[in-house]
Every structure is written in structure tokens, then in C-alpha cells.
Design a binder for this molecule. Sequence first.
Ligand code: PLP
Length: 427
Amino acid sequence: DLSLKEHDHELYKLIEAEKFRQYRGIELIASENFTYKFVLECLGSALTNKYSEGYPGARYYGGNEYIDKIEDLARNRALEAYRLNPAEWGVNVQPYSGSPANLAVYTALLQPGERLMGLDLTQGGHLTHGYYTESKKVSATSLFWESKQYKVNLQTGHIDYDALEAAAKEFKPKIIIAGFSAYPRDLDYKRFRQIADSVGAYLLADMAHISGLVAAQELNNPFEYAHVVSTTTHKSLRGPRSGMIFARREIMDKIDFAVFPMLQGGPHNHQVAALAAQLKQVNTPEFKEYCQQVKKNAKALADELMKRGNKIVTDGTDNHLLLLDVRPHSLTGSKLEKACDEVHITLNKNTIIGDKSAITPGGVRIGTPAVTTRGYLEQDMKQVGVFIDETIKISKKIQETSGKKLKEFQEGLEKSAEIKQLAQEVE
Ligand code: PLP
């Protein structure tokens, strides 16, 4: 057997280069993390060779005695990680990732064309929560089902629960989704459930971003109120790329049937094993401490940036992420993202409430799960705050000086007779 290095040197070098990029940089993408060696070991194991359509004890293929034990281990540990009573809750650990997990929930609980409501993508929701624009049904969720996006309060940046209630009463969805990809505050699941009950909807909590913090009891517990909880396992949970769906026993069979046979084929057993290994880690004091530090780090960074005169949406954070509004600096999120890339700070552009268009987002999203894994503490986050603030100031200066001169230069060119004639010829 050849190693990758021997078999495909080109690819080997690309992977090594990416490894070095991850090692050198300051990784602030809120949805990313560095997983454990034992997780990577499972992902690269012989389990990737095996087909096992079905569930433990009821497979469509032979030779699954060990796979059954591995999947049961993952399921039991998942329930334990969230302190769930197996008589009340079940879990499916087969979704290939977060998007297929959400699709399975909708497939299980909705008929085609029925209605759901999720947080507007441009205000922190996820594509799979039903994203559409005026001209386009962007997500398949909005194509196969009818969706309506609820909003945050434009002044405070917090979810507007009263407006959500009024909209739900009018729209009458069958599922309301409590979850986000870019929202810096905790959620009021009790209020979500009251609203869901008032219109006879299921409450789906999509805790993809915060599933580590929920396991560590560092944020409100969605399981107290939700009927179904979906999640990815590679963000704050720090496991492999994968997905899970927890559901109350009454609807668990429907969820299982939607995952297999309705949407997926053979489970990715290497992912399931890696998840089981990570869920063992989640139940340790070290993981709890890690999650506490993730939150402390986000707060330290937000405080430092605000101290330096920057605008943070909702003036802070309850969780692992913050949204930095760069519009007061006359910058865009895209420009700051690029400038940060140049100094090996990795973060992503993000729409900020009040943005007119999602194409030129007015800010960036910054998260702390990955750097906390690297061992960063509050004092390190303050330093990161200084780096980001300096990058903003330099970008602003470039824009005001060279950028302005370049614009004048171009405007001058456009006025010239030669350019006018060329433009006419092109037309
Ligand atoms: N749900 C939420 C809230 C997310 O933030 C994400 C991913 O960012 C997903 C679902 C989808 O997960 P995946 O990218 O694994 O399909």
C-alpha cells in the first residue's frame, strides 16, 4: 500500500500547505474548530469501507456486528452528553452534516408545500432555515416548503419575539426554528415554545453553532422546550463534520424514517465512530472548562474592540461569536476580510442589520471556538482585538488616501475624450 505522499505528491503538498495555513493563522471563523487526534484517527479508519444501511439490529447488509455497537455507543453518549432520558428522547447520529439533518426534520414533519419559519439569513439565520430573496428561492427548503423569515429588532439587534408571534399567527407555520449561524445572543426557548404552541407548530432548535456550549450547560437548554433539536458536530462541539437529530420519542420514528430510507443511504460509519469518541470527551471537566473559556474569550475580544471605538452588534455577546459593524469606518465586511487575510487573521464578512444588500455586507463575524482550542486566553484575545483594530485603521487609511486618489484618477480617465470614444465603440 502506498502512502498519500508516495501516491499523489501534488495532493499531499496541498494538504500540508493547508495544515500550515491553519497552524500559522489566527482562526476566527465562528463555525470552525480544530478537532482531536482521536477524531481524525476514526475518520481515517477502516470503518469508511463498510455499508450498513438501516439502524443497529436492523440492517440491510451483513457483517455489521461491530458497526451496530459503534452506532449504539454514539447514540447512548449523545443522550448522556445532553442529560436526556432515553424514555423521553431518541437520537439519530446518521445525518451526513447539518444541512441534511435539517432537511430530514422537515421531511419527517411536513408535507410538501407546508410552512415553516426561521430567522432571516441576512440577520443571522441559516440557508436551510428557508432562505429566499424577492427574486429567488435560494435554499431548497424554500422551494419544497413555504417559508417565512422572522426578524431581529433593527434598533437593538435582538430577536423581536413580539413581531415573531404576530407573524406566526398570520402565517401559521407547522415548524418554527430557533437557531442561528450569526447571532451573538442566547435564545429564549420558552418564548419560542409559547409562540409555537399558540399556532400548533413544532419547535425545532437548530443548535449547530452552540452545541458544545449547550452540552457544557454554558447556554440555555433547548431540550427543555423543543420537540426536535438538530445540530452539526464540528463547530463548538469540536468533533468530526457530521450531524445529529434529537427528537421526543413520539416523533423519533418519523425522524429515523426520514434520514433512512427517505433521504440517505449508507451511514458514514467513520464519522459516527469519530462522533462517539468526541462525545466521550464532551462529558469531561476539561470540555466544560474549554466552553467557559470560549465564552470568556468572545467577551474579552468584544470588550477590547468596543474599548477601541468599534461597534459590536447588541453591544456584546452571550456566546462564542460577535458581529463587528464596520460601516462607521466607511469600510465593508469584504474589504476587512481581505485585509485580515493578508495578516493571517481568518474571519468572514457578514451582513449587519440594516444592510441594504447581502452582496456588500457591512461587517464581519468573529468566533472564538478554534482559537480557544489553540489555548488562547483573555489576554491573547485582547491582543487579537488590537490586531483587528489596527487592520481596520490601516484599511481605512488606504481607502481614504490611495483609494480616493485612485477613484479621482479613474473619474478623470472616464471624462477624457479618448475613453468616451472607446466606450461608444464598445457599445
Ligand atoms: N444549521 C446552522 C445553524 C448552521 O450554522 C449550519 C452551518 O453553518 C448548518 C445548519 C449546516 O451545516 P453543514 O454546513 O454541516 O451542512
